[in-house]
Design a protein around this ligand. Sequence first.
Ligand code: AMP
Ligand code: GLY
Length: 425
Amino acid sequence: MKILIVGGGGREHALAWKLSQSPRVKEIFISPGNAGTSSIGTNVLLDLQDHQKLIDWIHENQIELVVVGPDDPLADGLVDSMLGAGIPTFGPQKAAAEIEWSKAFAKSFMREEGVPTADFESFTDFATARDYLRGQKFPMVIKADGLARGKGVIIAKNFEEGEQALADMLSKKVFGAAGNTVVIEEFLDGHEISVHAFCDGETAVLFPPSQDHKRIGEGDTGPNTGGMGTIAPVPWVSEDLMDEIRDKIILPTLRGLKKRGREFVGILYPGLMITKDGPKVLEFNARFGDPETQSYMRLLKTDLADIILACIQHRLHSVPIEWEKHYACCVVLASAGYPGEYVKDIPISGLDEAESPNTILFHAGTKQDGPNIVTNGGRVLGATAVGEMLNGALDAAYQSVSEIHFAGMQYRKDIGQKSLYARTA
Ligand code: AMP
Ligand code: GLY
């Protein structure tokens, strides 16, 4: 098979790495890819918004499978166009992906289906939203409806902060059209985890639980990022809890989407808060998480191409999916300034020294510049490692990190710490 992977982050490098191990896979193209993916396949710069041109390129190059990484192309109907042209593609169509690209849709869907989530109301008008907010108990959470790169969520400690967030979104349009509607919801207290499930429209198979670290600063402080590091599995998440998540969240969501003619094929990835009243959905994603996928690909034993084809062909039940019994982790190295403005084109050293039999560096914002590899994004690299014990995996990943240098490099030194010694939810 010749495969096209859409995207250029650590997630896509990890997917390319895993797919390249499949005996089914002959050649991989990645668009746009990064310096890491170019050692596995061919990076190609394609206009992902010009679906007809993309279809022509795919036919010319005899691509037999497209795997979509990021959220934007899903919201843009890329999968619909590919399937319309008869090209096998992994990822949900636009209507199913709405569970990610519209928080207002996701919230009312959950309310209708009885999927546990924070209490909420949606608004399009500033004055009405402000009046509603005035009577609430704080903290409250204000969310832009659309895709906003993880920045469209404000936890308001008091009315004034909430009012400011509403004004930014609804009046000043700081998130553009993504903020035309806002969701105001109840603040949930608890521990946050990421759950992923392979889905073929009807059947869902859950991955082991994982945990991202979304804030830039240690101890979960500072602004939200795309994700600064992950562990999988999460030691305190029991099998019973995963069964509850499957039965109360994943399966009702798949059924509810199908009932609405929005059959979901791809990865359903809810961000969950494990509260004292059980798991509740913070948000749905309709794709692989990043950096979760960088940890997950180190644990997946089964051929990923087999699983993806089974999903697309609606026969996921026919493929047994196996995971390594040990732990994996990923520590993200980011550019100075990230998640705000950051500089690029900084030379990176130590990449060879950072690799060991146990560690793999997945590239995110990197590019080849003559003989050098230089930074080319906010999140630059993900150091991944595995271990029988979580702390062994973490030690190995941080050993790898200690070899890498680029000016202004920042990373969190506490990835996994909050779950390392926790025993129970
Ligand atoms: P989201 O993009 O909806 O996942 O929100 C980004 C981050 O904000 C989440 O990862 C949580 O840490 C936090 N968050 C979102 N919604 C809530 C909520 N209702 N209560 C507490 N924290 C939340
Ligand atoms: N890990 C955060 C995300 O993929 O959205």
